[in-house]
Ligand binder design. Structure first.
Ligand code: URP
Ligand code: ZN
Ligand code: ZN
Length: 471
């Protein structure tokens, strides 16, 4: 048989735009993208051309999404994030995400190679979609010299956090400058969590009093992180990228000011890329005033409507090239650890299952993005920037058969009880979203059928990469 599966009748989003073509899958690869694959159900030898034919009439056929910023089973804030490589990648599948990139973080005296091994141990048996890791540099003098070895191992993306001193993860300017120099030599890329730690600590200390906590509760999370906390840090990291010519990628950018800094840097020819997350595009800090407002705390925090507007504009104008989720889920019980003190809230939210639906519904259907831009920001750009293109992120012959079929008219109400995500709440609970995957293929295997997960643990394959940072 020429193909195992043919997807026919849909609008296929190829690199050259939407096309009314068929997609033929053979084994783990896409083997043909053209009209007439079904040929009335017969091959030239008289047999059927495919074991299975999926009628996608009226549907969109897109490359599997990549969520390049997730934290599954992460020890953080005195607990462990509640979505692991099992529930997290099942959630990914339902949301049409077929590749995830987590962050392998060395603890204590561990090397990056130790962190890599620890994360592979957690991920390999459980993961249902393809995956790899960014390597976190938490001790510059130990990890800087290890960067070349990690690139050889297939990990050309590194992460430094400007905050999180108490977790033992914080990097200073020397570490950022040095890592960017190394990235330049190695064809690698440095990801930065950009928040200005010393001023942030000062603002938190000034408000960390019983009367203020009683008065403002979770609102203090937003009040103590004004936009300049992110903007100053991005500006500083951009300066280090400018003088070293190392490639910099700002993760989870949440502010209008950040988008302006990136735009200006691009005009000067600086190698800097920026990602935002779905929550920064659709949620704002009024959530912190709700009785369960602490659930929405993440770092950096959700900002104002004006920031959302500028981030959507940034996506349209390519100041921002990727949308991810920064998935770091916690249950209500875990979030309750705050007991009225916002500095003790486990920081993060679930998002993998709703990434594509949020960007499609609030981007494409609200005419903030075209369908092609949606595919770029959630599929092809993340694959390119992370060194996975054209294996991932495109529907083309020879690419992995990571394919999503979705019905642009079908809306589903978000309900944490019916989701794969392992939380007893959801930041988008009750929202009516289009863009959930009706069918998802990951390397030729059907992992979602009729909106339900049907894949298996361990199907996900580790993805070695050679270099990163090119759009
Ligand atoms: O709140 C968040 N974002 N939690 C995960 C850690 C990080 O900063 O990405
Ligand atoms: Zn971060
Ligand atoms: Zn993160």
């Amino acid at each position: 048989m020429a193909y195992d599966t043919i997807i026919t009748g849909g609008t296929v989003y190829t690199a050259a735009g939407p096309k009314k073509v068929d997609v033929g899958i053979k084994g783990q690869k896409i083997s043909a993208v053209r009209k007439g694959l079904v040929k009335s159900g017969k091959s030239s030898k008289g047999g059927r051309t495919a074991a299975k034919v999926i009628d996608a009439t009226g549907k969109y056929v897109i490359p599997g999404g990549l969520d390049v910023h997730v934290h599954l089973e992460l020890p953080f804030c005195g607990t462990v994030s509640s979505d692991d490589f099992d529930s997290g990648t099942k959630a990914a599948s339902r949301g049409g995400v077929t590749t995830v990139i987590d962050f392998a973080i060395p603890y204590g005296k561990e090397s990056m190679a130790d962190a890599y091994r620890n994360w592979r141990k957690k991920a390999d048996p459980k993961t249902c979609v393809d995956y790899c890791f960014h390597m976190a540099i938490t001790k510059w003098d130990k990890h800087g010299p290890e960067m070349a070895k990690m690139v050889k191992k297939g990990c050309p993306t590194f992460k430094e956090f400007m905050i999180y001193e108490s977790e033992g993860w914080q990097s200073d300017d020397r570490a950022i400058f040095g890592a960017l120099e190394n990235c330049k030599k190695l064809g690698a890329m440095l990801l930065i969590h950009a928040e200005s730690s010393r001023v942030l600590d000062e603002l938190i200390a000034r408000s960390h009093t019983k009367p203020l906590m009683k008065k403002y509760g979770a609102r203090l999370h937003g009040m103590t992180r004004p936009n300049f906390i992110e903007a100053e840090a991005i500006q500083r990291a951009v300066k280090w990228a400018e003088v070293t010519d190392g490639t910099l990628y700002i993760v989870h950018m949440s502010t209008a000011e950040g988008a302006d800094i990136i735009r200006d840097a691009h005009r000067r020819g600086v190698n800097v890329l920026a990602e935002t997350c779905a929550q920064y595009l659709v949620l704002d800090d009024s959530k912190f005033a709700l009785s369960d407002g602490h659930l929405y705390a993440c770092c950096p925090q959700i900002k104002k409507k004006a920031d959302q507007k500028r981030l959507w504009e940034g996506l349209r104008k390519d100041d921002v090239c990727v949308v991810s989720t920064d998935t770091c889920s916690f249950t209500r019980e875990q979030k309750a650890m705050w007991k009225g003190d916002w500095t003790k809230i486990p920081m993060g939210m679930p998002g993998l299952e709703t990434l594509l639906p949020i960007v499609y519904t609030h981007g494409v259907l609200k005419k903030r993005l075209t369908m092609q831009q949606f595919v770029e920001k959630c599929c092809s750009n993340p694959a390119k920037v992370m060194g996975l293109y054209p294996k991932k992120g495109v529907i083309a012959p020879g690419s992995d058969a990571d394919v999503v079929v979705f019905d642009p008219k079908k809306r589903i109400k978000v309900d944490h009880e019916k989701m794969e995500t392992n939380t007893d709440w959801n930041p988008f609970q009750g929202w009516s979203l289009a863009g959930f995957a009706e069918t998802t293929f990951c390397r030729g295997r059907k992992i979602v059928d009729d909106y339900k997960f049907c894949g298996k643990n361990g199907w996900g394959k580790w993805l070695p990469r050679k270099s990163a940072g090119k759009l």
